[in-house]
Design a protein. Structure first.
Length: 579
């Protein structure tokens, strides 16, 4: 996915767009570009990150402009493929987030009609299509070009012949910010909250015309009204606030995120379909999948409701779900595989619920009901507070389904999360940063905690890390154990304790150093492992949270010790809008 931002008003556009693109870099950061309406279309675009090259774009003139930060799909991340793209006559410049699926056909036809292409992107066809239908009205040219496009797009288009921006949306997010004598357009609210809290989320098929004094939204050719929504994210939420990285700030925001998330749901607003489901299917990707797996374990053991979980990308390869509740978990609300899985569930008449962090995101238009977890903006690519907030919503759902057995536990959980933030992990970091490979093991709900711990470690430290159900390690991975492959074991005082301790002894016997997370005072465990990380004895749900937070911090401090680019790990983007 990519990030786009546009501004039209009375201020110089370039600094506002540069600022906005920096906030959207979590969506992709291999190249960037800006076009403004100065003397004609002025363009600055480069491979690399806007945050390292902001100065190069600040000289652009004009009070209207558009910008893009890219996560390459069609064509390498170089200067030519960076957006904005222009037409043959430099009459239009466009930025695009999404994929044009029929671009190869369109490109062939456009070349046959004499157009010259300068990039390998799918996006450039849009500039040439608009050029062909541009006879004096940019709005009408975009209205003619858009129906030809197949795929997903959020587009911003400018022309030196008009003051303003034309924005179009189909299956990619696009938010309009309404200022005083100025309008903003962006992939999400983060670049906008600094200037206004009044936003409009465009719908699929909408085309908006923005000029400094006027906003008109069309659906096809008809003008339509869309509701203005007040966004409660503050500008402080989008800043580092004295922390070295967004990731650390977001880890520290987790007590509040959990506290808010459990309040996102109560008996009043628990969607009808979730009140007594006979069975549940969960679909999600990445960290959200791990949150779903924890939910599956806890839901089955506390409520006895059978639950299955699938990677959203694999959901289509199984027989269609039959009359079960399908829960889609996606912090961004835009992950293509999760959206497709939910659409499939709907086409089989399954009731659907989405759990997301982003107001106005696409998933909320697909699912029958949406629960917003209210974690606030998460800028670091690695999911942390959105993950804990997902667990907040899911644990609250279990609480409500179980006749509110856990209300007290959940109400105090944020304090336990807060305490664990100060855990000393220096010895564990020292061991991990020298490792070539790290295994994480747990049982029951601590198995998905292990998966998530390993995912955090690999994505930000680049050390190979694998999560395993503790019982599975002996079926293959044992061959890899050595003094250079530490094993991190989550060993809690439940009915898996005995077998976990036995597994740890087997691991030790193969020469691998063991770092164990256990309950403070557990000298039996502390004596057999190399590094013991003590956690307070609390409720099982809370232990899932605290052990998880320790593993996030371990990954963070290890990545910092290795001097990694923690907030923007290589090759990744925060949510992936292609299947
Ligand atoms: C990407 C991100 C992960 C995230 C996953 C699913 O891979 O890097 O952090 O967990 O997408 O994203 P979603 O928005 O659906 O939760």
């Amino acid at each position: 996915m990519c990030g786009i931002v546009g501004y039209t008003g009375r201020k110089t556009a370039a600094p506002i767009i540069v600022n906005g693109l920096k906030k959207l870099e979590y969506r992709g950061y291999d190249s960037f570009g800006i076009a403004t309406l100065g003397s004609g279309i002025e363009v600055c675009k480069h491979a690399g990150r806007i945050s390292d090259n902001a100065r190069s774009a600040l000289h652009l003139n004009g009070t209207t402009g558009i910008g893009h930060t890219r996560w390459a799909t069609h064509g390498a991340p170089n200067d030519a493929n960076a957006h904005p793209h222009t037409d043959c006559k430099n009459r239009v410049a466009i930025v695009h987030n999404g994929i044009i699926e029929n671009y190869a056909d369109l490109k062939r036809q456009l070349i046959a009609r004499g157009h010259r292409f300068l990039s390998e992107t799918d996006t450039e066809v849009i500039a040439h299509l608009i050029e062909e239908s541009y006879t004096g009205s940019l709005l009408s040219a975009v209205q003619q070009a858009v129906p030809v496009l197949q795929g997903s797009f959020a587009l911003l288009v400018i022309s030196p012949e008009e003051q303003g921006i034309i924005a179009a949306r189909n299956a990619s997010p696009l938010v309009i910010g309404m200022g005083d004598g100025e309008y903003f357009a962006a992939s999400d609210m983060t670049p906008v909250v600094e200037y206004t809290e009044r936003t409009i989320f465009l719908e699929d098929g909408d085309i908006a015309s923005l000029s400094p004094d006027k906003l008109v939204i069309y659906h096809g050719k008809e003008p339509v009204n869309r509701p203005v929504e007040l966004v409660d994210w503050s500008v402080e939420d989008t800043k580092k606030g004295g922390f070295a990285h967004y990731m650390l700030k977001e880890i520290y925001e987790q007590p509040q995120a959990f506290y808010n998330a459990i309040r996102a749901l109560d008996t009043e607003n628990l969607p009808g379909c979730a009140q007594k489901p006979a069975s549940v299917a969960i679909v999600a990707c990445g960290s959200s999948y791990h949150a779903g797996l924890i939910f599956k374990y806890l839901l089955e053991e506390t409520c006895g409701i059978p639950a299955r979980i699938e990677f959203a990308s694999e959901f289509k390869y199984f027989p269609p779900p039959v009359s079960c509740l399908v829960v889609g978990i996606t912090q961004s609300g835009e992950t293509a595989d999760t959206l497709t899985a939910l659409k499939r569930a709907k086409s089989h008449n399954c009731p659907t619920i989405a759990i997301t962090n982003v107001l106005g995101s696409t998933v909320s238009r697909i699912a029958d009901s949406t629960i917003f977890m209210r974690a606030g903006p998460e800028i670091s690519v690695a999911a942390t507070k959105s993950f804990v907030a997902q667990l907040g919503v899911l644990m609250q759902m279990i609480n409500l389904l179980s006749g509110e057995q856990f209300t007290k536990v959940l109400a105090h959980a944020h304090r336990a999360i807060e305490e664990v933030l100060l855990q000393d992990l220096s010895c564990a970091v020292l061991t991990c940063k020298q490792a070539r490979s790290i295994f994480y093991v747990g049982r029951g709900p601590f198995y998905p905690v292990a998966l998530e711990g390993a995912l955090k470690m690999k994505e930000i430290s680049y050390i190979h890390a694998e999560g395993y159900a503790a019982g599975e390690l002996k079926h293959g991975p044992f061959a890899l154990l050595s003094s250079e492959t530490p094993v991190i074991a989550i060993c809690m005082p439940d009915d898996t304790y005995g077998v976990m301790v036995a597994n740890i002894k087997e691991i030790k016997a193969r020469g691998a150093p063991v770092i164990a997370l256990g309950i403070e005072g557990d000298s039996e465990l502390a004596d057999i492992v190399d590094i013991f990380i003590p956690l307070k004895r609390t409720h099982r749900f809370v232990q899932v949270l605290t052990s998880l937070v320790v593993l996030q911090l371990l990954a963070y401090y290890t990545a910092v010790a290795l001097d990694r680019d923690v907030d923007k790990p290589r090759n990744l983007a925060k949510s992936v809008t292609i299947e």
